[in-house]
Design a protein around this ligand. Structure first.
Ligand code: SF4
Length: 212
């Protein structure tokens, strides 16, 4: 029987992606082999309660929300994650996966909306990017790049201009480090067709709180 290590399952407002603002149930899996400098979920790096897929869906059902996001940590670091995603797609109206882009996505259930968080140099984890993942983004997926400074911005702009992903692209300033107004000015100066993303949950609630 497949079990996964789960940090928390909770209902919140989706703070990111083009679905931002919608009620969403989050399933946060434990573990991540990356160490992004600005990571805001370090509490997910270890631990977690072992749960079967049935136990996970029972708890999700209790929240009564059809939009589900599997997040972490890096969810795909757990071997049972693809199976869980398939079950979630069978049961709920919309399933999202937040992944670092350092694990292959091409074998995942095609009903999953992948939000791929590519790593810019300021994260310290740029070398982890699996570039071939860009070829497997499909309708319903999104590409997100977290930006901490001008170097990251230039890097992200080059990624967009070179690869021209056919999915929404989200530029997200590191909270408390890069002013959204500064990032907006850079985007406008370049007339870049990407979407500014603010982490809504950090404006609604205490930014240190465990909500994503
Ligand atoms: S991939 Fe995500 S969970 Fe892992 S260190 Fe980076 S930001 Fe944190």
């Amino acid at each position: 029987m497949t079990t996964l290590r789960v940090i928390e399952i909770y209902a919140s407002i989706q703070g990111e992606s083009t679905r931002a603002g919608l009620p969403c149930t989050f399933v946060r899996l434990a573990g991540c082999p990356l160490r992004c400098r600005w990571c805001d979920t370090v509490y997910s790096f270890s631990g977690g309660e072992p749960m079967t897929i049935d136990e996970i869906t029972d708890e999700i059902d209790g929240h009564g929300i059809g939009l589900i996001e599997l997040t972490g940590g890096e969810p795909l670091a757990q071997p049972g994650a693809p199976e869980l995603l398939g079950v979630l797609c069978d049961r709920y109206s919309q399933v999202l996966l937040e992944t670092s882009g350092s694990f292959p996505i091409e074998e995942l259930d095609p009903r999953v909306g992948v939000i791929m968080d590519m790593k810019a140099p300021g994260s310290g984890e740029e070398s982890r990017n699996l570039w071939q993942n860009l070829e497997h983004l499909k309708v319903g997926d999104e590409l997100k790049i977290v930006i901490s400074d001008r170097t990251d911005y230039d890097w992200a702009r080059e990624v967009v201009e070179k690869h021209r992903p056919e999915v929404p692209v989200l530029f997200s300033p590191v909270f408390g480090e890069l002013e959204p107004s500064q990032l907006s000015e850079w985007m406008l100066a370049d007339r870049l067709a990407v979407r500014m993303q603010l982490q809504q949950h950090k404006y609604i609630w205490d930014p240190e709180a465990r909500r994503t």
